[in-house]
Design a protein around this ligand. Structure first.
Ligand SMILES: [Zn+2]
Length: 319
């Protein structure tokens, strides 16, 4: 809504000052398109590379969870990548410099943070699942063994019971058992009763085990479906992945950083934007600092590629 209204007002404005319209509109486009359109900025620089291009740290949105001082340290490292490669002091930190590096928090970092949270949750879930799988496996094995024992004991009991019943039936047919047989049968009966009790207790243990196993399965289902719902919330909030600007250099506005995951990522992004500030344009190697996309760059040990160096030498007129 606000966006459309703006354009509408601009159109009105343009109707009055038709000639100025394009200037304003183009400015607006520039702001949004950033990098690509603004990378060719050597004209804004006073004698590029002849003296150090000074930079400062501007506002750092606290939601990035990084201090301005930490950003300064990382920015100095980023600047040194170019300084070292060229053997010249191309870039220099100066708290009063006009060129400021700012950390601007918006949907991009919000999404990135949410994705990191989701990844952390996934790792956590995976640990939980491993533990539950182990418990599940152990209990299932125990259950299978107990069930086999129970079945064998039950068959045993059944056999003894049948034999007892036959013996009783035999003596009854003869009008009753003599005292020694009667005592023996009474004793057997007691043993059978006690075995039945044991079987009942085994059966109840089995049921308890089954409940435990089902409980674990339910728990697993629960954490998995919980995670799935987090993923679908994430997808509905942030949608599919699209290329977006991690950072932007604009000759009049300085360097705005919008998103990074870790210090080395931030360092690479700042090195790229400082490259633009020096007047460098994009190069074609995905490993290059000046490649338009964060792709195959070596974040741990950042160094210019041959393509970066060709561009740097051309811009700075180095040999
Ligand atoms: Zn760029």
């Amino acid at each position: 809504m606000k966006f459309l209204k703006k354009i509408f007002l601009w159109l009105l404005f343009a109707a009055v000052l038709a000639g100025l319209f394009w200037i304003f509109f183009n400015k607006f486009i520039e702001k949004d398109r950033s990098l690509l359109s603004l990378s060719a900025a050597p004209a804004a620089l006073d004698k590029p590379c002849n003296r150090p291009l000074k930079f400062a740290i501007g506002s750092v949105d606290p939601r990035f969870n990084i201090t301005a001082d930490q950003v300064k340290t990382i920015a100095v490292q980023a600047a040194d990548i170019w300084n070292k490669a060229s053997g010249r002091q191309l870039l220099e930190y100066d708290p009063n410099a006009k060129l400021q590096i700012k950390l601007v928090y918006d949907q991009r970092q919000r999404e990135s943070d949410a994705a990191d949270q989701l990844n952390a949750d996934l790792e956590n879930l995976s640990v939980q699942k491993t533990t539950l799988d182990k418990q599940y496996g152990g209990l299932t094995q125990k259950y299978d063994q107990s069930l086999a024992d129970f079945k064998s004991n039950l068959a045993d009991y059944q056999k003894k019971l049948d034999s007892y019943d036959q013996e009783v039936a035999k003596w009854n047919a003869q009008g009753g058992a003599p005292p020694p047989e009667y005592d023996k049968l009474t004793h057997e009966r007691k043993d059978l009763d006690s075995e039945l009790k044991n079987l009942q207790s085994e059966e109840s243990d089995l049921k308890h085990l089954a409940d435990q196993i089902n409980g674990i399965a339910a728990k697993e289902n629960n954490i998995v479906s919980n995670y799935n719902s987090q993923v679908s919330t994430f997808q509905s909030e942030y949608g599919g992945s699209q290329e977006f600007e991690k950072g932007v250099f604009n000759p009049s506005q300085g360097i705005d950083i919008y998103q990074f995951r870790a210090a080395d990522d931030l360092r690479m992004t700042i090195a790229h934007e400082l490259g633009h500030a020096l007047g460098m344009q994009h190069v074609q190697n995905p490993k290059s600092i000046m490649y338009y996309l964060m792709q195959d760059q070596d974040l741990k040990n950042p160094a210019p590629t041959a393509e970066d160096m060709v561009e740097l030498k051309s811009v700075c007129k180095l040999n």
